[in-house]
Design a protein around this ligand. Structure first.
Ligand code: ZN
Length: 556
């Protein structure tokens, strides 16, 4: 079913081909003047019309009444080709197993004159898939082609085609179709099929197909087949299970405003709608790339000049094409997002999302990678995220020193209840801290007291790095041996993250602040670990928000 529309509406004449105007013009010119090459090489992304144009060209070479470069469709040759009876036109799929045999047969049979047409035409699809041996055979033929033979080679991967072959062909580069041309074409097909479908829905199908006509047409076929009622944008989104640009704008809107909670809500919503997270991340990366581009384009220009170049379709400059997937309102929204951020921020956030996409498989649930990326992106914007190891933990700790009071308060929380009761209520907080420090350094620190004050460690880590805090919150202190604290974690990716030097240092520093003592860390894997723990009332919110990320719960 999916290919039906594609076959049904496959262009039979040059003028029906969408896009690729420069190629069609040049081919028709050659046909009309009679000065055409004997070997053509069509290269470009899949679904851009290479094979379609090759077939029309093969008919045009042989047409007896060529009119302005178009095959007539009525002469004996045209009719024979249309019936599929023309033995002189051969299509070879180099990707198939028979490729080698077919090239060999081609080499042996090529010297015989055509059976019924003017020219023998060989269309070799996916030519880059040929073996070395086949390329050599093909090269010999291309070096001295008989006057009655023509070759049309097509490839999606030009870099895999030997230069010796390329240099003997006239090369044409097929371009990905622009969204407007694609939508226009889909609209025509929908009309011919008498399908009721909104223009936004058609445009969305075009966008989802990424410039590939074949995909766009087969998607349209599936969607039309799904029912009789009028098809709206939401129906298409549901069928494709991909997010539209509005969701992406919303997602980055909350990230740029630093709203962690809202970013989680949006991710939850994506999951509820069954949207593919990997796909969403790819879209997010391409969105960021466009924002970077917008920031770069707009730098050094006044608002009005830039807006004329990008936002005003009538005066649109070269830059405008890059943003043609967005509506005018979205372009303005993107512009306000882009000018509000520094280039370094963009690079940092882009790196975070690229890494998250890369790490996707390491997470038990794909949305965890996205959640973490969202948190890290916000940290990056707030200047807290250690994007590389060049920043030292000491640098990061600087602003914290100014928050001395809160650190002291943490220390007070850290002492045993007993100490608090014994402490003289009249002493100032400074003296209290001193007393605690002395107390802890004289008495042995035990694993129980670490467990009891784990939430203070969490608070300390949270003030440094929110995403790291989530990881620490989902781990459990196990044992303390010779000042080495053994901490259990459930997942390997989680362990790897905690073991990273910069993260380890942050946690060790937090331990030192809370317990007044240098403690080294060792992480162990425990796949049976339940992420439940008994914690103090005050830290419940803090810990539960960390546990939520990892699907754990608090034991009452
Ligand atoms: Zn004809």
């Amino acid at each position: 079913m999916s290919l039906v529309l594609y076959r049904k509406y496959r262009p039979q004449l040059f003028f029906e081909v969408v896009g690729q105007d420069h190629i069609i013009g040049s081919l028709k010119g050659g046909l009309t003047s009679g000065k055409f090459s004997h070997a053509y090489l069509f290269t470009g992304p899949r679904g851009t019309g290479k094979t379609t144009v090759a077939r029309i060209l093969a008919r045009a070479f042989n047409c007896e009444n060529l009119a302005n470069g178009e095959p007539c469709g009525k002469c004996g040759s045209c009719r024979m080709v249309a019936r599929g009876e023309a033995m002189d036109i051969a299509e070879i799929d180099a990707a198939s197993n028979r490729g080698i045999d077919e090239i060999r047969a081609l080499r042996d049979g090529i010297r015989f004159v055509p059976a019924s047409l003017k020219y023998k035409v060989f269309i070799i699809d996916e030519v880059h898939m040929l073996t070395k041996e086949s390329f050599n055979a093909l090269l010999k033929t291309l070096e001295e082609p008989p006057a009655h033979a023509l070759f049309i080679l097509a490839t999606t991967e030009i870099h895999k085609v030997p230069l010796t072959i390329i240099s003997r062909c006239q090369r044409f580069d097929f371009q990905r179709l622009g969204i407007d041309r694609l939508t226009e074409r889909l609209k025509k097909i929908a009309k011919a099929e008498k399908a009721k479908i909104s223009e936004e829905a058609l445009r969305f199908i075009g966008l989802a197909s990424d410039g590939c006509m074949r995909d766009a047409e087969s998607l349209l076929g599936q969607i039309i087949a799904s029912g009789d009622k009028k098809i709206e944008l939401e129906d298409v989104q549901k069928i494709l299970a991909v997010a539209d640009s509005k969701m992406i704008f919303d997602f980055f809107g909350v990230i740029f405003s630093g709203d962690r909670y809202a970013s989680f809500l949006i991710i939850n919503d994506l999951v509820d709608r069954g949207i593919d997270i990997q796909h969403f991340m790819q879209d997010a990366i391409s969105h960021l790339r466009k924002l970077v581009f917008m920031a770069v384009c707009s730098s050094g220009k006044t608002d009005s000049v830039f807006c004329d170049n990008v936002l005003n379709a009538e005066k649109a400059g070269k830059e405008a094409r890059f943003f043609d997937e967005w509506t005018d309102t979205q372009k303005k929204m993107a512009y306000s997002q882009a000018i509000g951020l520094k280039t370094e921020n963009f690079i940092g956030i882009l790196n975070i999302f690229v890494k998250a996409l890369d790490d996707l498989r390491k997470f038990p649930l794909p949305q965890m990678a996205l959640e973490l990326a969202a948190l890290e992106a916000i940290e990056e914007l707030e200047g807290n995220f250690l994007a590389d190891d060049s920043k030292t933990v000491a640098d990061k700790a600087m602003p914290l020193k100014e928050k001395g009071q809160s650190i002291k308060n943490n220390r007070i929380n850290a002492v045993d209840k007993e100490n608090k009761i014994n402490a003289n209520k009249d002493v100032s907080s400074n003296e209290a801290v001193l007393e605690i420090k002395e107390k802890t350094s004289h008495s042995e620190l035990t694993i129980d007291s670490i467990k009891n004050h784990w939430d203070d460690v969490l608070k300390e880590v949270k003030s440094h790095n929110n995403s790291l805090f989530a990881f620490v919150g989902a781990s459990l202190p196990r044992e303390l041996e010779n000042n080495i604290l053994i901490v259990a974690v459930k997942y390997n990716f989680h362990k790897e993250r905690l073991e990273e030097m910069k993260n380890r240092l942050i946690i060790e520093e937090a331990l030192e602040k809370v317990f007044g003592k240098k403690i080294k860390l060792k992480f162990v894997l425990d796949q049976n670990l339940t992420l439940s723990q008994k914690i103090s009332e005050g830290a419940k919110d803090l810990v539960s928000s960390a546990l939520k990320i990892f699907g754990g719960k608090i034991v009452e």
